[in-house]
Structure formats: C-alpha cells, structure tokens
Write a protein that binds this ligand. Structure first.
Ligand code: UDP
Length: 480
C-alpha cells in the first residue's frame, strides 16, 4: 500500500478550524493510505484554541499536530486597521517556520509528502509548497459563490486597479445569480489600508493551487459551480457539508450551562423556539441588545438567545467577545423576569446540538458559512442578520439568489445603524409562524445536504476524485 502524508495549515480561528478539521477527519476515514500533520499557528488575539487542537490530535491516530514557534505579535495599533491584512501578515510571517517544520518533521519520515492543504488566508504558503516541489490545495472555508468573488477580484483589479466604493453600481460576479449591490460586499472590498489588496492577492494565489476544496455541495450552489469552468481556475472540489455533529468548538464553554440549555429545550414544544446566535466574533452594544429584547418580548415567541458583549478592544473582528455577566444592567428593566417562562439567555451555545433539537423552529444568524451549512443540515430556516467578514454577501445569496432564508437585514455591519425592534419582531414571526415557502425549501435542501456526503452523493464522489489526485493517481476531474 502506497502511503502519503498531507500537511494542513489552517487559520487559527474557530470559524476556519471547524470545517478544515472535519475535512481532515473525513479524508482519513475515506482512505487509510493518508496521514495528516497539522501545523498550528498560535493565534495572537483570538480564542484559546489549545483544547480544540488537543481534541483534534486525539480524534485520529493518523493526525499529528505540530505547534509552530510563536512570532512577535503585531503592534496593537494594527488591530484598528484591516483584519484581513493583519491575519494575512501574521500567517505569512510563519513561512520560514512552516518550511522548517516540514523539512525536519515531515519530509524526514518515511511517508512521502503528497502536498500542502492551506486555508484561504494561508495562500502565501503556496510559495513554500513551490519551494518544496509539492502540490498545494486551498481549503476554502466560505462558500463556492464567495470563492467566485475571490477569483473575480484579481480580474477586476487588473482592469480597474482600485478598491470598490460604496456608491459603485451593482457588480456582475459570475458566481452569483443576481448582480451584487455594493451594500453587501465584504468590508475589505472598500479598505484602502491593505485589506482589499491582501484579498486580491489571495484570489490570485488560489489560481496557483492544484485544486480548491470548498465546504459546500453542488445541489446548493449549482450556479457558482457552473461559473468555474473558465480557463485558469483550478478544479474546484465540493467536500461539504463538513459539520462537527457532536464536537465542542470552544474550550471555554460552560458545560453546566450547556446541560441547562439541553434540559430547557427538552420541555419546549416542537419547532417553537427561535435561536439567536452570531458566531465566534458576533457581539452587540447595549442599545442593540435592548432593541432585540423588546422585539423578542413583543413577538411572544419562545427564544434561546446567545448574548455576547463587545470586547473592550472595540469594533475590530479579531477582538473576541465575552459572555455577558451582568444581563440585568444591559437588558430592559424586568425583561428577564417577564420572559422567564418562554426565554433563555446563554453565552457560547452548543450551536450544532441546539440546531439539531426538535424544539428549534428558526435561527436568527449572522450568516457565517459554518452556521449556514449547520442550519441547512438540520432543516432550520434562518433570518439573516450579517455582521462582519463575507456575511452580508452570504445573506444576499441565501435570500435573493437561493430563496433559502428570511430577510431581516442584508446590509447590517457591526457597529452600524440600529436594527429596530419592529424589523426583528417581523422576522422572528415570519420564521416561526406556519409553514412558509422558505421552510419547505430548507427542509428539501436539508435532505440534499445529507445525501451529498454519503456513498453515491455528489460531495462523496468529488472527494474520491480529490483523494486519487492527492495520491498522485491521474484522474480527470468530472464537472460537478
Ligand atoms: N459556534 C458555537 N456556539 C456559539 C457560536 C458559534 O458552537 O455560541 C460555532 C458554530 O456552530 C460554528 C462556528 O462556531 O461552527 C462559527 O462559524 P461561522 O462560520 O458560522 O462563523 P464565524 O465564527 O466564523 O463568524
């Protein structure tokens, strides 16, 4: 049996790790010729991810984690600039350590190195793969349509040479069904401080990879997949949905509180609870929390609400929010008492488990891609409330292109104008009341998502082709 080793280089953030690690486990389960070394970059400001990496290493005998030496953290003032540039610069500053780790701990063992699998923010490591003479594969943690946007960026930049502006007309991006308004473009598209150009460069580097792997499935994003048939785009492999159906994503999570959530959900009627949760970095200020509380109370519906407070570092995405301690001080007077029978407030939630619970009838989400696939998997309709990163364009795709979500706000940005109680209440009612068209479509897509990953399914087949390519067997990828 010919064995092969892959080196994974993930971006050290929860939203990036959950799917790439599921991908690693899926590859190993599919083919026992493969083994994987994960190179761990220590996150300078984000969550403590140590226990997550411990559980990864413990999850499979053929996964090994190597912690790279820490580089000097960037100066704090850089936190106020572009997150995308900051993350890219931090990762790129590890290039020498990555090469050294591969040479000393991977190339030196008897199993041949089959290639590097790099997260979408780690495309600078494709240079290391070139130096080592091995192929590289990009693992794209967002969806296929947004991959199309990233690939479109360098093409547009070569023609126009400038960032987007808020007054730009709609952009025709081939991977989206509808023209994309500038109000839903990711924040970096407008950055003059390096975020835009960092992402243009990532888009360009993606084209040097031997393949691009996306946490999606063709039945969900057929339009995007058909846009990848252009020359110069490497084969795109659908590998999703990749979901950690039982795992814990946050080492600081409070197990006692999670038990309380489970018990509370167990006694709620089926499909009666709206779940509000805004990702690993989502948080609101006091005014917005009050407005949301007002809306929930007026809707009269049951709710499970993950409330997290903005970090003192401010509006920057890299500043991890904290679980709220003094809710009475933040929420409207008497709110907790009045909603005691119908509502529950928590900090970090066991999201996948919550979405799987029969009591959940709808999800108010920030539209991080993991949250979207988790919700679709469990057939729970979303009301979109994007906050940061590419979430606005995800919300746009879900509502306008795919008709798979309810519109709460498409173009909210963290720290932006208040979302008023009336709009939140309307979306909550629309999610929970009755059998809507959206709910029907989401249920159908749930079935398709589950079929995609089993033997005979589209993502299953695509992954099989990828494995053969990785093992050096020449397979011509079929169109998805
Ligand atoms: N998550 C969770 N509990 C929370 C918030 C987030 O378990 O209270 C998980 C969620 O299930 C998902 C990941 O963290 O797997 C967040 O990824 P996503 O892409 O949705 O958003 P990001 O955090 O990258 O903005």
């Amino acid at each position: 049996m010919r064995r092969s080793e892959l080196v994974f280089i993930p971006t050290p953030g929860v939203g990036h790790l959950v799917s790439i690690i599921e991908f690693a486990k899926t590859l190993l389960d599919r083919d026992d010729r493969l083994s994987i070394t994960v190179l761990v970059i220590k996150p300078p400001f984000a969550h403590n991810l140590d226990s997550l990496f411990q559980s990864i290493a413990a999850s499979h005998t053929r996964i090994k984690c190597i912690h790279l030496p820490q580089v000097d953290p960037p100066p704090e003032e850089l936190l106020l600039g572009s997150v995308e540039k900051l993350v890219t610069d931090i990762i790129d500053s590890h290039k020498a350590h990555v090469k050294e780790a591969i040479l000393s701990s991977v190339v030196s063992n008897s199993i041949p190195l089959a290639g590097l699998v790099v997260d979408m923010f780690c495309t600078g490591m494709i240079d290391v793969a070139h130096e080592l003479g091995v192929p590289s594969y990009v693992f794209f943690t967002c969806n296929a349509a947004f991959l199309g946007f990233m690939l479109y960026l360098p093409t547009r930049h070569d023609q126009l040479g400038v960032e987007f502006t808020e007054s730009d007309p709609e952009s025709v991006v081939p991977s989206y069904v509808n023209p994309v308004p500038s109000s839903v473009l990711p924040g970096f598209a407008f950055h003059k401080e390096g975020g835009y150009i960092s992402m243009v460069n990532h888009g360009r580097k993606c084209k040097e990879a031997k393949g691009i792997i996306v946490n999606t499935f063709p039945e969900l994003e057929s339009h995007a997949f058909s846009s990848f048939l252009d020359d110069g785009i490497p084969p795109v492999y659908a590998a999703g949905p990749l979901i950690n159906l039982k795992g814990q994503t946050n080492s600081e999570a409070n197990q006692a509180e999670h038990d309380k959530i489970r018990k509370w959900l167990d006694v709620q009627p089926p499909s009666s609870v709206v779940f509000l949760c805004f990702g690993s970095m989502g948080s609101f200020g006091a005014l917005q929390l009050k407005e949301t509380a007002l809306a929930l109370e007026r809707s009269g519906h049951r709710f499970l609400w993950s409330v997290r407070l903005a970090s003192p570092l401010g509006a920057n995405e890299i500043a991890t929010p904290s679980d709220s301690q003094n809710l009475e001080e933040v929420l409207p007077t008497g709110f907790l008492e009045r909603t005691r029978e119908i509502g529950m407030i928590c900090g970090w939630a066991p999201q996948v488990e919550v979405l799987a619970h029969k009591a959940i009838g709808g999800f108010v989400s920030h539209c991080g891609w993991n949250s979207i696939v988790e919700s679709l998997w469990h057939g729970v309709p979303i009301a979109v409330w994007p906050m940061y990163a590419e979430q606005q364009i995800n919300a746009f795709q879900m509502v306008r292109d795919l008709g798979l979500a309810v519109e709460l706000k498409l173009d909210y940005r963290r720290g932006g104008e208040l979302v008023v109680a009336e709009d939140i209440e309307k979306a909550v009612k629309c999610l929970i009341d009755g059998e809507s068209e959206v709910r029907k479509k989401v249920k159908e897509m749930s079935g398709k998502s589950r079929n995609a990953v089993v033997n005979g399914g589209s993502s299953y087949a695509s992954l099989g082709q990828l494995i053969e390519i990785m093992l050096g067997n020449n397979v011509v990828p079929t169109e998805l």
